[in-house]
Design a protein around this ligand. Structure first.
Ligand SMILES: [Zn+2]
Length: 342
């Protein structure tokens, strides 16, 4: 099969489009013919080697969708022809986290696509049967390839980590990205007034079209000045920070007393310097939250099917252009997800 292999951590030139053996299906696993694979900033971070557990060479891609073409011994959940999308890892199904509905913290800590197991930058991917979710028939594969790590993360962390309430003021950073655009739309669905922060003036109109009530164009990190001015000095109730180190201080400074910020992503592996006095005298909460639970993934799929959340796809590129997709993301040139089509 054709695949893109990350030979070693480094720049995008390490992503080589090449012929590799098609994986053989193993017990408990299924072989998925990949129809689409999302490319997110996580892929860039992994490729640079900022996540130490990555093993190379590896096929990247932690967010793909496709069709089951072979089923291994003992697989009970899937038959050939099923349409599926992946979760980040296969959870055990019986530890306290899995039983509590939060497979993200599963104690089994299974293999992770694109990090310790080959992922979706390929014509075929081998997946544990519990690392997959059934794709609703109305959702096309390219859209499905944004549902887990982009749309699902934006939805889950706005609805369930930030617990946005009707009438609240909510700030979203990185609002034109795959995660941010979903967070923005979710906050609007929940009845919030939304400030969308972007570093690019060219993306402002698109953000308004997605429902942003206020757009803050600021690449410097002091966007809180405009947010405070537009809220009469009061600040927002919640911030969904999809960028991390470069924007967290601006988020904290945008919050009202007792406000909360949910850190959903981080594009910069450097340490963040925190002014603890500012946090404690204003009673602020910093909530870290990653990924999406299976239950929330099902919720967001239904919302996408019903047209209530529209995943943003910047471009659909052939598999051979994976390195180009990475360059586009690093140049902040994408509005929404880039999707590779094998
Ligand atoms: Zn578990």
């Amino acid at each position: 099969m054709k695949a893109v292999v990350l030979q070693r951590v480094g720049d995008p030139s390490q992503l080589i489009h090449q012929e590799v053996p098609t994986p053989a299906v193993t017990p408990g696993h299924v072989l998925v013919r990949v129809h689409a694979c999302g490319v997110g900033y996580r892929d860039v971070i992994d490729r640079r080697g900022d996540v130490p557990m990555i093993r190379t060479p590896i096929i990247p891609g932690h967010e793909f969708a496709g069709e089951v073409v072979a089923v291994g011994a003992g697989v009970a959940r899937w038959v050939v022809g099923d349409r599926v999308l992946n979760l980040y890892t296969a959870s055990c199904g019986h530890c306290e986290h899995c039983l509590g509905g939060d497979e993200r913290r599963c104690r089994a800590g299974g293999e992770a696509f694109g990090l310790t197991a080959d992922g979706g930058y390929a014509e075929y991917a081998l997946a544990h049967e519990r690392a997959l979710e059934r794709l609703l028939p109305e959702i096309p594969y390219d859209v499905a390839a944004t549902l887990y790590s982009a749309t699902g993360v934006g939805f889950n962390n706005t609805a369930h980590a930030a617990r946005v309430e009707p009438g609240e003021r909510v700030l979203v950073t990185g609002a034109s990205g795959g995660v941010g655009s979903a967070a923005l739309q979710t906050a609007k669905l929940l009845g919030a007034e939304v400030w969308a922060v972007t570093s690019s003036p060219a993306k402002a109109d698109g953000l308004r079209a997605l429902g942003a009530d206020h757009v803050v164009v600021n690449g410097a990190g002091d966007f809180h000045k405009q947010v405070l001015a537009e809220t009469g000095g009061q600040g927002v109730d919640a911030a969904i920070d999809c960028v991390g180190t470069p924007t967290l201080n601006g988020c904290l400074r945008s919050l009202r007393p007792y406000g909360r910020v949910v850190v959903v992503g981080n594009v910069d592996a450097r340490r963040f310097e925190l002014n603890l006095g500012y946090i404690l005298v204003r009673g602020l909460s910093i909530i870290g939250s990653d990924n999406v639970t299976r239950a929330a993934l099902r919720q967001v799929m239904a919302l996408v099917r019903d047209g209530r959340i529209e995943p943003l796809i910047h471009a659909r590129l052939p598999l051979a252009e994976a390195a180009e997709a990475h360059r586009l993301l690093e140049a902040r040139g994408a509005s929404g997800r880039v999707v590779l089509i094998p």
